[in-house]
Design a protein around this ligand. Sequence first.
Ligand SMILES: *Cc1c(COP(=O)(O)O)cnc(C)c1O
Ligand SMILES: [Zn+2]
Length: 368
Amino acid sequence: MAKLVCTSCGKIHSTNYKGFKCSCGGLLDLQFSAKFPINEIKNRKPTMWRYREAIPIENNEDVVSFDEGFTPLLPLLVNGKEVLVKQDHLFQTGSYKDRGASVLISHAKEMGIKEIVEDSSGNAGAAIAAYATKAGMKCDVYLPYKTSSAKISQIKAYFAIVHEISGPRENATRAVMKAAENTFYASHVYNPFFLHGTKTFAYEVVEQLSWKPPDTVILPVGNGTLLLGAYIGFVDLFKARIIEKIPKFIAVQAFNCDPLAVAFSKGFYAAKIYTKKTIAEGIAIAKPARAKQIIDVVKKTKGHFITVKESEIVQSLKWMAKKGYHVEPTTAATFAGLKKYVNEGIGEDELIVSTITGHGLKDVETPD
Ligand SMILES: *Cc1c(COP(=O)(O)O)cnc(C)c1O
Ligand SMILES: [Zn+2]
């Protein structure tokens, strides 16, 4: 049985608890023991739900799914080094956020929720909106004013009600928290069920490598929904004795918005507040709520942060397009970081896995 645990006071809440934080204000994590009946898994449909016993939803009738996941893991040559790349732009809504949305909305359905609110700089909003409408739920999404128009249209297309909030990103957060006083907050950041969807990234990678872990994963990080999920996934596999080590986590941030990289290099957890605009809008998070957890994962796995400048992101965007990948600038930032990592030469003998987090059709305004 899954349980919610407060990371601050240790209080246990049932999974039916509807608050997005503990009563003490602490962040909630999910305690759950994942099982992997490998021989059965191998015979199931190629979707993220093939790891059914590892996903904390009780009844199959409550699963909200488009048969998503099990995306290809393709080789890509980066300055002479072959890396393996998850094609996570190939989801129903065009980003890996569907992994989290599928599990979080299934959980909401399990609780009988009919109305939800969410805030997002774009892709999480689109994913939550799509799964909510599929589940027959009413969905309100709070967005910062400067979100790219393709993402806003996409969210509206799924019949979500969009509230564009002017001022910095934090204003949208404040507005959603007010709305969350009366309605279930299907937050990709606070609700740990989202992370128990994104964790399937790790399961798929390991299965695609014949049940072996990679040496290194290189991931973009803003709020850490992919990084933290992937870590949970590898730990689940480690605890189930399927893999014998956890990969090293390399986290990529935009130089213009790098609060975690700065905190990591200074050896503390408080993120710097001052940030500048970046075209990598998917990871432009000035104050990530789970900052401490993210930094701890990078530290524990003996990884580090890499930051990339705007010019490097633009260059990387072109480089990827040349290879036939039309990606979002946020994804281009990941590959700019990956290139730096490869060029440093540390990863020469490592099996490196990275990912395309978002489709290029998501952001049609970025200059080429
Ligand atoms: C959400 C997102 C990320 C990573 O985001 P986190 O804030 O770390 O969860 C990366 N790329 C894209 C395209 C995204 O939508
Ligand atoms: Zn608490």
